[in-house]
Ligand binder design. Structure first.
Ligand code: ADP
Ligand code: F6P
Length: 483
């Protein structure tokens, strides 16, 4: 029977070691949360890294975590300390991540990191090759595994390979800076189907293939010498009904059923009826524009003193890649800015920013989406941004406003949000004022349209379209080969 396997750097569950005990916790990030929703539909395994270093585990712990992961249909690819250092923290997060997000000044080009990236990609390819049948499908995810398509195609050409990039694909002028640009492009071109979040990323990719490799491109087909490769835009959706229903459940709860978290939020709102809550949720990442956002909020309080005491920013930042220097510097900058703004505008009764540096359980996220009047999402660069879509899905009162960066892939679909340039603090400050004073009927009108769209193209539709295109590419390829 034909199977569809998933291959990604991170598994949907990460292993946490509490003293000697092993625990599986849900992984954070768009890839893990999105794919976890659809994974159950596929016959096949999910192959990936469980998030701990091999050298730090005892044999018993390894056996235990492998067994726990097996129950979740996950196959671990274990990485050593040296591999996480050079492959994950190094090439993935000090080279590709900053470069593809246009942080060219942060990108490091280190030969040892590249070597490790090649070796670890080989390790993932071998893990996949050891379980996939000749006619199976494999869906490879994200920038950690750009070389794997070619590695698998060379060994098992009959396998249908899909690749989806969860981050932006940069313009040619940025991509060409990469010393290993040819290897990366050739690696990707081992896939039969290549998907991006937006048409712009697809366009940039085509431009790189044309100019660096010289392949001919017709519409969205790359005419490679040995086969046709299909490229398309698949804007990733969310599990709309899950967020919406969880939020509706909150509407119906009796006083006794409410969580402490909800009660505390409600008490806080009740203290002052014209109080407004603004929500900001991200991984702590320099691409998310957190310092600019904080400065914009300070500008807002400065420019509109009548809103002091009445508007609170709830800022959630989940720790991410904290071994990488730029992430450590960002954390320090954010801590200082929050302290400065709270010191400047706060008093005994008013804390302008509530700042949480931790992951939150799903239920608390929904409670926050449900309670907050405005979502402030201003990444300087973001492949998609699922948080924006989650906020839309969780607005059961059909009100609420989103302020969204033009630089997020989601901006292409969420035209009814207040779109801002994330580098323009004054524009964001003005957008905050516009959002909190927007008439209810305008909020509803915008929110209804947003909800219709996000509901229609949810994560299940997204996955189904990607998988259908994997079927389609097989037909296109056989026509192409008989020409
Ligand atoms: P990225 O993939 O860059 O992290 P996305 O916005 O696309 O950005 O996806 C982030 C995902 O992680 C969302 O599904 C969101 O619900 C989840 N998430 C973000 N912050 C937190 C947090 N503090 N606690 C728990 N989950 C979070
Ligand atoms: O969605 C983008 C993404 O880079 C995923 O590929 C990644 O898993 C996630 O963000 C979180 O990052 P990390 O896996 O490095 O913790």
């Amino acid at each position: 029977m034909t199977k569809l396997h998933i291959l990604s750097n991170r598994l949907p569950f990460s292993v946490k070691k509490n003293d000697e005990k092993i625990e599986l916790i849900p992984s954070v990030g768009g890839l893990a949360t999105g794919m976890k929703s659809v994974y159950g539909q596929f016959e096949g395994s999910w192959i990936g890294w469980p998030g701990v270093e091999l050298d730090t585990c005892t044999t018993e712990q390894l056996l235990e975590m492998n067994a726990m992961l097996k129950e979740e249909k996950c196959i671990p690819v274990h990485l050593t300390h040296n591999e996480t250092l050079h492959y994950y923290e190094g090439f993935c997060n000090k080279t590709i991540w900053p470069l593809f997000h246009y942080f060219t000044q942060y990108a490091e080009y280190d030969a040892a990191d590249w070597e490790s990236y090649v070796n670890v990609n080989r390790k993932f390819a071998d893990a996949a090759l050891s379980i996939i049948g000749d006619d199976d499908y494999i869906w490879i995810h994200d920038y950690h595994l750009l070389l794997v398509p070619q590695m698998i195609k060379e060994t098992k050409p009959s396998v249908t390979i899909g690749f989806f990039l969860h981050i932006p694909f940069p313009s040619f002028e940025v991509f060409r800076l990469l010393p290993w640009r040819m290897e990366i492009l050739n690696g990707l071109l081992g896939a039969d189907l290549i998907g991006f979040h937006t048409f712009d990323y697809e366009r940039h990719f085509f431009s790189c293939v044309r100019r660096l490799i010289g392949y001919d491109i017709t519409l969205n087909h790359i005419n490679a010498p040995d086969r046709l490769i299909l490229v398309d835009a698949f804007p990733m959706g969310i599990d709309y009904m899950k967020f919406h229903e969880s939020s509706r459940h909150l509407d119906k709860q009796s006083e006794n059923e409410k969580s402490d978290f909800t009660k505390q939020l409600e008490d806080f709102i009740l203290q002052s009826p014209d109080r407004k809550l603004i929500l900001s949720i991200d991984r702590m990442d320099y691409t998310k524009g957190i310092p600019h956002r904080l400065k914009a909020f300070a500008n807002f309080l400065q420019n509109y003193p009548e809103y002091r005491q009445k508007v609170t920013l709830i800022m959630l930042a989940v720790p991410s890649r904290d071994e990488v220097e730029h992430y450590q510097l960002l954390k320090k900058e954010v801590d200082e800015l929050v302290g400065k703004i709270n010191g400047m505008f706060g008093d005994i009764n008013y804390t302008p920013i509530w700042y949480f540096y931790r992951s939150m359980p799903y239920q608390n996220l929904v409670e926050l989406y449900h309670a907050c009047d405005v979502a402030l999402i201003t990444p300087v660069r973001d492949g998609m941004n699922l948080v924006a879509k989650e906020y839309v899905a969780a607005r059961t009162g059909i009100d609420g406003c989103i302020i969204l960066s033009e630089m997020a892939g989601a901006a292409k679909e969420l035209g009814e949000a207040i779109l801002v340039n994330p580098n323009n603090d004054n524009e964001i400050a003005e957008a905050i004022r516009q959002a909190i004073s927007m008439p209810a009927d305008e909020q509803q009108e915008r929110m209804e349209r947003l909800q219709d769209r996000i509901k229609r193209y949810d994560v299940f539709k997204w996955a189904a379209e990607f998988v259908n295109s994997m079927h389609k590419v097989q037909h296109l390829q056989s026509e192409y080969n008989t020409r």
